[in-house]
Design a protein around this ligand. Structure first.
Ligand SMILES: C[S@@+](CC[C@H](N)C(=O)[O-])C[C@H]1O[C@@H](n2cnc3c(N)ncnc32)[C@H](O)[C@@H]1O
Length: 307
């Protein structure tokens, strides 16, 4: 796994999904356009080829299997070839199809936003564990990108009032569209730099998946990261610039008590705990993702405990 970087190809999490994912689970090779598909798998990953074929035919895997004997018409074959050529050049599947599943929900994604990662679901799990199901609560998501974290929280906690911030107006427009499409009516959006977008406001829980890849990390020149916005990835010389800024300012934005939880690189946990300690947080901890890496750190603010 890349040092400090957003991973490019993690297995989809073993969560039971209610939503529509873009990765069919059936792996039978007997699908519509079998010959075309077989040719494509000489050039790209077989699962990617299946996803792209399903995208062209606007069909789920079950349809592809049921129509196994049918050849693609010339228009479909040409469209499929174009998508395969884009994938051969390394373009992420999520940008080609414009979709990515996260926390059981189907998000639209564009090159203006980070492609939601399975490991970020840990951040949502930890947030949901701290948000009451039946009472109101104010939640802030810093660096919302596609809106995947804010919208997942909003959908699972309808009583919560979620505010989602991003500096990128393109990202915010997309996140707004996703909130509308996914009926997350309790999510509001604010444009600006971290807490500057919510000046004077206080929250019970603050979550963030900030940029945390160190400058010059060789992984920035590999895989999906080559196509993702630098604003979503790069966290300065040691990758911790955004985390430092968020930890330092969070104390002014809590209601009586509150939690700060944020994602970071797999080898940044100790540095993040030190930042939380220096800022006066209590109950400081780090949590591991499914790959066993410390992926999220956080701490609690008690009345008057923050410097
Ligand atoms: C790693 S991406 C996370 C996106 C999304 N939350 C996710 O988990 O997929 C970080 C996001 O922070 C935003 N960002 C970067 N610098 C920022 C700043 N100074 N203020 C507000 N947002 C910023 C980027 O535009 C990007 O959308």
């Amino acid at each position: 796994m890349p040092a400090n970087s957003k991973e490019t190809s993690l297995p989809i999490r073993g969560r039971a999904r209610a939503g529509v994912g873009d990765r069919p689970v059936h792996r039978s090779p007997s699908v519509a356009g079998l010959k075309t598909l077989a040719e494509a798998t000489q050039k790209i990953d077989a699962l990617d080829a299946r996803i792209l074929l399903g995208h062209v035919l606007k069909a789920e895997t079950a349809y592809l299997i049921a129509h196994a004997a049918e050849a693609l018409d010339p228009e479909q074959a040409a469209a499929f070839d174009t998508l395969v050529a884009r994938r051969v050049k390394g373009e992420p599947i999520a940008y080609i199809t414009g979709r990515r599943e996260f926390f059981g929900l189907d998000f639209r994604v564009t090159p203006a936003v980070l492609i939601p990662r399975p490991e970020t679901e840990l951040l949502v799990d930890l947030a949901l564990a701290r948000i009451p199901e039946k009472t109101a609560c104010d939640v802030l998501d810093l660096g919302t990108g596609s809106g995947c974290v804010a919208i997942s929280i909003g959908r699972h906690r309808p009583q919560a009032r979620v505010t989602a911030v991003d500096r990128s107006t393109e990202a915010l427009a997309l996140a707004r569209d996703n909130a509308r499409a996914l009926a997350a009516r309790n999510v509001a959006f604010a444009a600006g730099e971290w807490f500057g977008a919510v000046a004077g406001q206080c929250f019970d829980l603050i979550v963030a998946n900030p940029p945390y890849v160190a400058e010059g990390d060789p992984h920035l020149a590999q895989g999906d990261l080559r196509f993702e916005p630098a604003l979503a990835l790069c966290g300065g010389r040691d990758g911790l610039d955004a985390i430092r800024a968020i930890v330092a300012a969070a104390g002014r934005h809590f209601s009586a008590t509150g939690w700060l939880l944020f994602e970071h690189g797999y080898d940044q946990a100790a540095a993040c705990r030190a930042l939380l300690q220096a800022a006066g947080f209590t109950a400081i901890d780090s949590w591991r993702d499914l790959a066993g890496h410390e992926r999220v750190s956080g701490g609690r603010k008690l009345d008057g405990s923050l410097r």
